[in-house]
Design a protein around this ligand. Sequence first.
Ligand code: C2E
Ligand code: CA
Ligand code: CA
Length: 667
Amino acid sequence: MKKKEAVIDTEPSYGPAPLFILSFRQRDELAELAAGAGWRVVAARRAAGAERRFLTSGAAVAVIDARGALGEGREAASAIGGAIAANGGALLALVSRGDTTAIGDFYDAGATHFLASPFSEGEFLQALRYAARHAERMAGEWRATAPAEPLGWRLDVTTRSLLLTPGFARLLDVDEHPKLVALWRRIDPTERRAAMASIRRLSATRQATAFAHDLPGLGRIVQHLQYDVKTGRIDALVEPLGSAPEPASVLRDALIGTRDAGSARRWMDRRLADPDGRPLTAMLVALNRFDMVNAAYGRAAGDALLRAAFKRIEEAASGALVARLGGSEFLVAIEDGGSRVDLVAERIVGDLARPFVTGETIAVLGCRIGVAGREPGDTAASLLRRASEALADARASDSATVRVAEAGGREESIDVLAVELRHAIDRREIDILFQPQVSVPTGAIVGVEALARWDHMLLGTIGADILFAAATRADLEIGLSDHIQRITLERAAAWPAALHGLRLSLNLTAGDIARPGFADLFLDRVDASGFPRSRLTVEIVESGLIEDLGMAATLLATLRSAGVRVAIDDFGTGYSSLAYLKSLPLDYLKIDKKLAQDITGTPRDRVVVRGVIDMARSLGLVVIAEGVETQEQLDLLAKEGCQIYQGFLRSGAISIGALVGLMETAP
Ligand code: C2E
Ligand code: CA
Ligand code: CA
């Protein structure tokens, strides 16, 4: 090998084509090799932040060297797989010979090319060239010569029997006599209507027509139709317009039967080429924790989950174009902007937060979303790149599920609030309200949950979500959490006698749990306040626990043996599994409001809620339903065996004075 220094660079520039290489090896001879062959190499060594680095590198081709580092390689592939698909790039995965069975995982994550060791330098460079050609083709710079075989079909209108040319059948991966409806399903709903109308126009006086649409795997095609009145037959000739068939995307599409990334990009490019400047928004939706489910329950469950997720997204975004990109990422393209987009994002977040039932397991995924709106001069590539960056930001954030690429209003205001928060704590602007927890069978108030508010001088009351988002931005999460715990305990210790029978529930943050020595610090704080340990419950969200299950279990066990009870919060919004719940010392399970409200939903929704309640009770946990707003919800939850509830039906979070008043009227 020629000894040449690899050019390490992170800024996109002109000149040699950039190549992104992620290697976990001490010495990265492949980078040197590629640099020697004329690539401008951008090297990375960790999966964390890889997506961002790939995006800023400007590279269309990425290499992940997973030889001897299968786990890290997989992680890296799923980190950048979505960005590769969204930007029409190529991803070459290098795996050890013994690991070739994992190729499917890489493929699912968005890898487009593979090379198994041992391979020669020449083979590596060759694979790079293939990957680059693929990326060029994806970028639309490569025009296919029309396939030699005729593509088309014939329909007998009276018998409805359909015959495909062998080439077309092979391309669509169906037999030569498929059902008509199976073909219609291959056409995106946004274009299906126009195609149907076009066929309906055929008559004795109008015997020819044509319509264009995208076909996954084939790109943009025109169908030329000829109607023969005498025989009652329609003959169609299919003419591909754009790029050549992409076998990879045919396979990927087959999974959920939808548009592939390339066809979605072409669709967006056509909309953007329209000079009327109508709004167009690209939304990238990434499922959380999909890899864990895939690993734990297998490919079949993973595929079923992707299909179910796709369906929920399509329903939530009705009217928009939805395509699956690599791995567990989806593109939603909306011909609109502003509040309609907010609404769609909100709906998708809500719908994906609901649990998925796959076989024996209840998997809860959730998602992150990156959004970018059309700007003057945008192409699909530039728009998607901004959406990818927004998604990378959302992924890097603890608190934001949705990030919008432009400097939007909320983003800005959180930055301002973050600066003010430090003073707000000093000025005692943080207040604590208490939400009653009510016994389902008796209707008596048995406890309260402390919820923080910010009484902002200018803006009035600011809710906990924005308060914590500001704290995250200001890197003040621990400081805020400390402050809230102190004042909550102080106030609860001074409660009037009327409240002495109540339990107090306190929320801990993920940051608290991860803090070394937190259990002792917390117990000291409780004792110093004078509030009895025996009436205290801490609430912990699942996502905070899963980071380090062993450490979390130790912390919870310490708190419990000190007399404090433990609740798992927001159950149904994080990754949930029976095995995992079993391994933790818990007293209560709080069903998240979205899940609890599903009790009045479809029979299928109800099965999930019932399953969760049964499961919790079989583990000896007391079930608390959150967000109960109607009597109907309460009645059904009661029937399923839920023991305690919280919600606006009884009361939101209120002051101590109001709480005393409420206690007087309580049964
Ligand atoms: P959470 O712990 O799940 O708290 C329940 C949230 O649901 C509260 O929002 C509460 O006001 C709201 N809620 C209660 N009943 C209903 C209902 O019937 N319908 C609906 N739609 N919502 C209801 P809030 O106070 O904005 O708190 C949001 C989240 O912020 C909390 O979720 C919790 O994770 C966090 N948080 C709030 N206060 C604190 C705190 O003092 N410390 C910590 N660490 N986190 C807090
Ligand atoms: Ca809570
Ligand atoms: Ca909750």
